[in-house]
Write a protein that binds this ligand. Structure first.
Ligand SMILES: Cc1cc2nc3c(=O)[nH]c(=O)nc-3n(C[C@H](O)[C@H](O)[C@H](O)COP(=O)(O)O)c2cc1C
Length: 221
């Protein structure tokens, strides 16, 4: 399959003209959807290290870029809660509101990462196997609160991790696995038919075969 690959159309930007003519939900003045999934009732919440208290991150950016590599085997050392807090904040944390006003539920926010139209459709789940001071389990990151909410025991999730990553066993060996899912409507509210392209462009893994985007932490051998 080459030039006749029908999926190549996805790479083109020719849907914008049609989008400009559409009655999107935003143009209909329908209120935007919530920026964070609701917290399940009774889900215990775990406090994270606040961004202003981070002590790590002293390596110069240029050095970090020079040393960056994909790693597939990991040391037996656990992650610290500060490292996990930093990774969550650095990948989906809220940095401020658009005009600097205090955070308000329902209002748009800016995060540490960019997103088409600041729609931020991602939800972050963490399968934590070995983090100091954190019970093993599946958690969801709550960026508004900068906390984790506990969802499931880790052992119930572990067998499904490697499966979701197309049998790559190292995923279940990582001390922490990040799983990003998408609420498409957050982006569709503004971008309707162009939303899937915006969402895909916002990921570093453009296609994992329809499975959630997965990434092991860089605590490597
Ligand atoms: C879209 C995308 C999907 C990838 N999927 C996997 C994967 O499923 N398993 C894996 O071990 N590495 C995966 N990688 C990592 C690449 O194999 C890696 O970036 C490449 O070999 C270059 O190595 P480097 O990251 O050390 O420069 C993926 C990278 C990208 C950008």
């Amino acid at each position: 399959m080459a030039a006749d690959n029908p999926f190549r159309a996805f790479l083109k930007a020719d849907l914008w003209r049609e989008w400009a003519r559409q009655e999107t939900d935003q143009r209909k003045e329908i209120p935007p959807p919530p920026i964070q999934k609701p917290i399940p009732p009774d889900a215990p919440q775990v406090a994270l290290v606040a961004p202003e208290d981070f002590t790590l991150g002293t390596m110069p950016l240029i050095e970090a870029i020079r040393r960056r590599r994909s790693r597939r085997s990991f040391t037996p050392a656990p992650l610290t809660l500060e490292e996990l807090s930093f990774l969550l904040w650095a990948t989906q944390g809220i940095s401020r509101t658009p005009s600097g006003e205090p955070l308000q539920r329902g209002a748009a926010v800016l995060r540490t990462v960019p997103s088409g139209g600041a729609r931020h459709p991602f939800e972050t789940y963490v399968a934590a196997r070995d983090v100091t001071g954190l019970a093993a389990g599946l958690y969801r990151y709550l960026p508004l609160e900068h906390t984790l909410c506990f969802l499931q025991e880790y052992e119930a999730v572990r067998p499904r991790l490697a499966l979701a990553a197309r049998q790559q066993r190292m995923i279940a060996e990582a001390p922490v696995v990040f799983i990003w899912t998408v609420i498409p409507y957050r982006t569709e509210w503004r971008y309707s038919i162009v939303a899937p392209i915006c969402i895909k462009l916002s990921t570093s893994l453009p296609d994992t075969g329809g499975y959630p985007k997965m990434s092991a932490t860089q605590r490597y051998r």
